[in-house]
Write a protein that binds this ligand. Structure first.
Ligand code: NAD
Length: 432
């Protein structure tokens, strides 16, 4: 099929490349001309395992093109995917500005019947709004489909080919059938439903996963106080198939471009229909507190942060991505700097991206070793493989005194004991 994808961010680019790989002719549109230039040269503007290889392969095979011209983007299309950002407004509601701009461009440029598919995460009712907006600008016939995306950054390509389900919300069976057909080579179960339910499935799924994370973090904080070990607790809980073992790892809370904004948007959405979503508000509250808990633990240990050298290992909101949006490291480092600490930060991939967000006082190291030399304290904020596999004995060798605060429970307690480090983790007993 001839497909256009609007927006070449994490979702749009991965979707475009995947659809080109399974035999479609794809043209991707972005307003960011720099991104388009890079993409035409086979360079991915984002770090995502496996993406660049697949991108280059499909450019060379003539299956995927990139443009910043709306006329060109929609000249031949049969199906248009919208994958622009829907960030949070200050009040937590979803900002639909980019979506509206994209929809108007589509409406002004389509020449023949289209199926317009919304991949962006949008509040319930938005697809209906999109439909009305398009009708304002064109008389060309079109169908609307809601097709929320569930990929995880860091394993987005894998997820595209091995997703648990593809959700297709539509008013018309024919439109849903065409989109189902388009995805058929992926051999992923397809669930067809109405548009509003499809929109809600995305928010409800993210809110549920965020709830699991805040729940286990609360259990971890309780474990700290009663002398239990959250790792053993979550393992024991996860053996129950009704609970499952995923999203039960205690840490410094969730971040990223989706959970924080989608939980807030769902609270707002509920508020609009006079529904107080108390549970989700608590989930958000617990998460905000969890991010600062590590700093409080550090302060308790070293009293004052003033002029202390603090090495921070891991900056991205999770491993295998350079995405810094709403990363826990942002609030934690800001607080450390505010309290007068000298922060030396290391991340295997996200440093360039982090520089756009972090205070200018932060010093960046080229390796874990250079970050921790002479550090008073080490904070582990992202569980990159390189950080998890870093030998604990090295801390002892390179630091004045090896004091480690691990926000991601990267090391086992016996390992920490054997290395003779002072090791604080989340919801597990202290190792001295
Ligand atoms: P992103 O910010 O990485 O990318 C958005 C892209 O859209 C940018 O390249 C931007 O330049 C482009 N854009 C903005 N306005 C445009 C316009 N009018 N025309 C063409 N291009 C335009 O965003 P993302 O992380 O890919 O997220 C996109 C949507 O998918 C969001 O609604 C998000 O909630 C949802 N989502 C994201 C993820 C994720 O892990 N990132 C997962 C599932 C769903």
């Amino acid at each position: 099929m001839k497909i256009s994808v609007v927006g070449t961010g994490y979702v749009g680019l991965v979707t475009g490349v995947t659809l080109s790989e399974i035999g479609h002719q794809v043209i991707c549109l972005d307003v960011d001309t720099l991104k388009i230039k890079m993409l035409r040269n086979g360079q991915s503007p984002i770090y995502e395992p496996g993406l660049e290889d697949l991108l280059r392969k499909n450019i060379n095979d003539g299956n995927i093109w990139f443009t910043s011209s709306s006329t060109q983007a929609f000249a031949d299309s049969e199906v248009i995917f919208i994958a622009v950002g829907t960030p949070a407004n200050h009040d937590g509601t979803a900002n639909l500005f980019y979506l509206e701009q994209a929809v108007i461009e589509i409406a002004k440029n389509i020449k023949k019947r289209q199926i317009i598919v919304t991949k962006s995460t949008v509040p319930v009712g938005t697809n209906q709004y999109i439909k009305k907006l398009i009708e304002k600008y064109t008389t060309v016939e079109f169908d609307i489909v809601s097709n929320p995306e569930f990929l995880r950054e860091g394993s987005a390509i894998y997820d595209m080919f091995h997703g648990d389900r593809i959700v297709i919300g539509s008013e018309l069976d024919e439109a849903a059938a065409i989109i189902g057909q388009l995805y058929k080579p992926l051999k992923i179960p397809i669930y067809k439903t109405d548009i509003r339910s499809a929109e809600m499935i995305k928010y409800a799924s993210n809110a549920f996963l965020a709830t699991k994370i805040s729940f286990i973090n609360e259990i971890a904080n309780l474990c700290d106080k009663v002398g239990a070990n959250v790792e053993a607790v979550s393992y024991g809980m996860g053996l129950d198939q009704r609970i499952g073992n995923q999203f039960l790892q205690a840490g410094i809370g969730y971040g990223g471009s989706c959970f924080p904004k989608d939980t807030k948007a769902l609270v707002q959405l509920a508020g609009n229909v006079k529904h107080e979503f108390e549970l989700l508000k608590a989930v958000i509250d617990v998460n905000n507190k969890q991010q600062m808990l590590l700093v409080e633990k550090v302060k308790k240990r070293i009293t004052s942060l003033l002029h202390k050298n603090i090495a921070v290992l891991g900056l991205s909101f999770k491993p295998n991505t350079d995405d810094m949006r709403e990363a826990a490291s942002l609030v934690i480092i800001e607080e450390l700097v505010k309290q007068g600490a000298t922060v030396i930060a290391y991340d295997p991939v996200a440093i360039d991206e982090a520089k756009k967000y972090l205070p200018t006082e932060v010093v960046y190291a080229k390796s874990i070793e250079t970050a921790i030399i002479d550090a008073d304290v080490v904070l582990i904020l992202t569980e990159w493989e390189e950080i998890k596999s870093f030998n604990l004995h090295q801390y002892k060798a390179l630091m004045k005194k090896a004091v480690i605060f691990d926000g991601r429970n990267c090391y086992s307690l016996p390992e920490a004991e054997r290395a003779g480090v002072e090791y604080y983790s989340v919801g597990r007993p202290l190792v001295m």
